[in-house]
Design a protein around this ligand. Structure first.
Ligand code: URA
Length: 201
C-alpha cells in the first residue's frame, strides 16, 4: 500500500511533474508510454481539465494533441486566446488502455496531482471538459448536459463545465454551438474584475 500524496507538499509544478513522471500509484503505469502531466502557462488565469490521455497524447506526452485536441485549440482560439495562454491538464495522467473510461480507483490515485496543479496554477476560471472532470471537481452526479455552460463557485475561482471535445466531434452540429457558447461564458468570467480579498478577521 502506497503512502498517500499530499497535494500541498509540492512547492512548484515542476516538483509535481517530477513526482508524476515515475508514478506507479495505479495499474495504468504498466501500460502507459508517457505520463501526460499538463501543458501551458503555469500562471494561467484559465485552466482546462480533460479526462485522460488518448493514443496520440500517450505517444507525445502532451495533453490534447489528437483530433479532440485540435478542436480544443480551435475553441480556445475562438475566444481570442492561444494554447500558450492557458493551462491544460487531465483527470488521469496516463492513458487507459484502448481509451476505456478511467475507473474510480485510477481517478482517486491520480487526484493529488490534479489538486496540486489546480493549487499551483491557481487559475481564475476552470473549464471542465466532459463528465469525468466535471463530476470530480464539482462533486456532483449530474450529467454534463445538465450543468454545461453555467458558472459554479470553485474556491476563489469559477468553474464552467462544457462538453468534451471528443463528444462534440462525435455528435457535431448543435454540440459544437453549445461548446462555443460555453467558452464564451468562460471568457466572460475571465474578464470580470477580481473581487477584492476581504481583510483577515
Ligand atoms: N481527451 C482527453 O480527455 N484528454 C486528452 O489529453 C486527450 C483527449
Amino acid at each position: 500500500m502506497q503512502l498517500d500524496l499530499d497535494p500541498h507538499s509540492f512547492a512548484s509544478l515542476a516538483d509535481v511533474e517530477r513526482e508524476a513522471s515515475t508514478c506507479t500509484r495505479c495499474g495504468l503505469a504498466d501500460t502507459r508510454t508517457r505520463v501526460v502531466f499538463g501543458v501551458g502557462d503555469p500562471g494561467a488565469d484559465l485552466m482546462f481539465v480533460g479526462e485522460g490521455p488518448g493514443e496520440q497524447e500517450d505517444r507525445q506526452g502532451e495533453p490534447f494533441v489528437g483530433r479532440a485536441g485540435q478542436l480544443l485549440t480551435r475553441l480556445i482560439e475562438g475566444i481570442g486566446l492561444t494554447r500558450d495562454d492557458v493551462y491544460i491538464a487531465n483527470v488521469v495522467k496516463c492513458r487507459p488502455p484502448g481509451n476505456r473510461d478511467p475507473n474510480p480507483a485510477e481517478i482517486e490515485a491520480c487526484r493529488p496531482y490534479l489538486e496540486a496543479q489546480l493549487r499551483l496554477v491557481a487559475p481564475r476560471v476552470v473549464v471542465t471538459l466532459g463528465n469525468f472532470a466535471t463530476k470530480l471537481l464539482l462533486d456532483t452526479k449530474q450529467g454534463i448536459t445538465k450543468v454545461r455552460g453555467r458558472e459554479f463557485p470553485f474556491g476563489v475561482a469559477v468553474l464552467v463545465p462544457t462538453l468534451h471535445p471528443s463528444a462534440v466531434l462525435r455528435s457535431g452540429g448543435t454540440t459544437l454551438a453549445q461548446a462555443r457558447a460555453d467558452f464564451v461564458v468562460a471568457r466572460r468570467a475571465l474578464t470580470r474584475p477580481v473581487p477584492p480579498v476581504p481583510p483577515e478577521a
